[in-house]
Design a protein. Structure first.
Length: 129
């Protein structure tokens, strides 16, 4: 061997440097993978927590809105619906005596019960004709 020749390195000798580097805490691929998995896990937990908070907020807002709408329905059923029913009944009674209003009520789906023809007895003079 001359001074200019370098000894050939075997693959085992090259891997020895890698093993020493991993023991001393160098760029170990497993450590990098472990760090990436840990960072991903932390990110997933944070995203799950944020999603939980958003969904919790949505549910609480929907419950408040549902309570408000239930109160409005209850108010309508107890106070306004009887007034509307009485008003429609009054219109139907008015339509029995005033048939010219019947087409307007029928247009809005309010049924009108026709009045029975009056049963006036025929006078003897009307029967002879």
């Amino acid at each position: 061997m001359n001074g200019s020749e370098q000894p050939a390195t075997s693959p085992a000798a090259g891997s020895g440097g890698f093993e020493q580097q991993s023991r001393t805490g160098g760029n170990d691929p497993l450590r990098q993978l472990h760090g990436l998995v840990l960072a991903t896990l932390v990110a997933v937990v944070l995203l799950a927590g944020a999603l939980f908070l958003v969904l919790f907020r949505q549910v609480s807002m929907i419950r408040k809105e549902l309570d408000f709408k239930n109160a409005a329905v209850h108010d309508f059923q107890t106070t306004k619906e009887p007034l509307i029913t009485n008003f429609v009944a009054g219109l139907q009674g008015f339509a029995r005596t005033h048939p010219d209003i019947t087409p307007m009520l029928e247009r809005y789906g309010i049924p009108v019960v026709p009045t029975a023809p009056s049963m006036t007895p025929l006078s003897p003079e009307g029967a002879r004709k």
